[in-house]
Each structure stands twice: as C-alpha cells, then as structure tokens.
Design a binder for this molecule. Structure first.
Ligand code: SF4
Length: 217
C-alpha cells in the first residue's frame, strides 16, 4: 500500500477557506468600527445601517426592500424604522409610484447622522489606499467576481452596481483595454471605475443583470 509522506502543510485549509476566513475577520473589524460610531450616535447597528441605506436614495425606499438589504425580518426592520422615526431621523411619505404604499426618507437630521456614519470606516479606507494601485484594482476585480458568484446563489442583496444598471453597456468596445461603457455619462467605463453603490443607478432588466454578472464571474 502506498503511504503518502506527511508534510508540515497537510492541515492547512484550502485557499478558498482561508479567503473566506480573512473576509469574515475583516467584516468583524469593520462591524466593530461601525458599532463604535453608531453607539456614539445613540444608534444600534441595524439603525445605523438603515440610515446609510437611505442616504442618497432621494425617491425613498420601501420597508420590504430594507429588510432584504439587512437580511432580517420585516418585523425587526419595522421596529428599527419606528425607533428612527421617533428620533426624528427618518420620515414616512407616500411612495411616488404608488399612493397607497409608504416610502422611507431621511430627515435633514438623519442626513447629517448618515454623513457622520460614513466616516466610521475611514480607517479601513486608509489601509486599502496604502496598497499599490495595481493590487487595489486586482482586489476590486476579485471582489466583483466573488459577488457575481454569490449572486448566482441568490444570497446577495440587490446592489446599485454598474453590472445591474441599465446605463451599463457591457463590452461595447470588444477587445479594447476599456471594453465597457456608461451611457449615462456617455463614456467608456474602466474596471477600476466600476461602482458598487452608484446614486445614478437605474435597475436594468433582470435578464440583462444576470447576463452581466455571469459574464463577469
Ligand atoms: S456609473 Fe452609475 S450610472 Fe453609470 S453604469 Fe455605473 S451604476 Fe450605472
């Protein structure tokens, strides 16, 4: 019987497992950074995230959409929203596209708190910015590809990313160094400029979205 020699690295987890562990650790550090600033503002993490999700969404959002983004139940989302309304940070209004539905908006005070929360992760931004530009671009591409894979499992909430935007024209310039295009600004869109959360985003047809993410994965 062949017995394979043991090496000192036999118990090392696969690289995929170590990447997931690293992302998980980074997420914990980011969460604790956000937690600190949220506490200082008198908010719990879900409330802080709701304020950030409402930021730059001038047409307002529905409660069900928020629950999906937060991956929590509609009832828990409703409790958090009620607390934010009581604090004067969120207001409810009739949805522009359906008078019977309610849309949630930030109040001016909510806008100010959301802006302060936006600086909570600047320590991580500084750390990433210290990496060489090429490595940052590789990392961004790798993260987009990972998100594209996760989108296939329906586990990733909707993003205002270029790949799901109706202004995004994939491979408009095939074979070119910058193959993609943003029709909104009518300019080629380099990978390093692809956005994950763009205020001008308009959802593309679901089939086109899936095709774009799959082409990228
Ligand atoms: S930059 Fe904004 S508007 Fe342009 S394709 Fe990306 S998400 Fe859409």
């Amino acid at each position: 019987m062949d017995i394979e020699a043991e090496t000192p690295w036999d118990s090392t987890p696969d690289i995929s497992a170590r990447i997931v562990t690293a992302i998980g650790r980074i997420a914990t550090v980011l969460r604790s950074g956000m937690w600190e600033v949220s506490l200082a503002e008198g908010l719990n993490p879900a409330q802080a995230e709701i304020l950030q999700l409402l930021q730059y969404r001038t047409t307002g959002v529905r409660l069900s959409w928020l629950a999906k983004q937060l991956s929590i139940s509609a009832a828990s989302t409703s409790d958090s929203v009620a607390a934010l309304v009581a604090k004067g940070l969120v207001r409810k209004a009739k949805a522009a596209d359906d008078g019977r539905a309610t849309a949630l908006h930030l109040t001016p005070e909510g806008e100010a708190v959301a802006a302060r929360l936006g600086h909570a992760l600047s320590f991580a931004d500084t750390a990433v910015a210290r990496l060489p530009a090429g490595q940052q671009q590789q990392m961004l591409t790798g993260l987009f590809k990972l998100i594209a894979e996760l989108q296939k499992t329906d586990r990733f909430p909707e993003l205002r990313a270029c790949l799901s935007c109706r202004h995004f024209e994939a491979n408009k310039y095939p074979g070119q160094e910058v193959p993609h295009h943003c029709a909104l600004v009518n300019a080629p869109l380099p990978i390093s400029f692809l956005r994950i959360d763009c205020a001008e985003h308009a959802p593309a047809d679901p089939l086109v979205q899936r095709r774009n993410w799959e082409a990228f994965a």
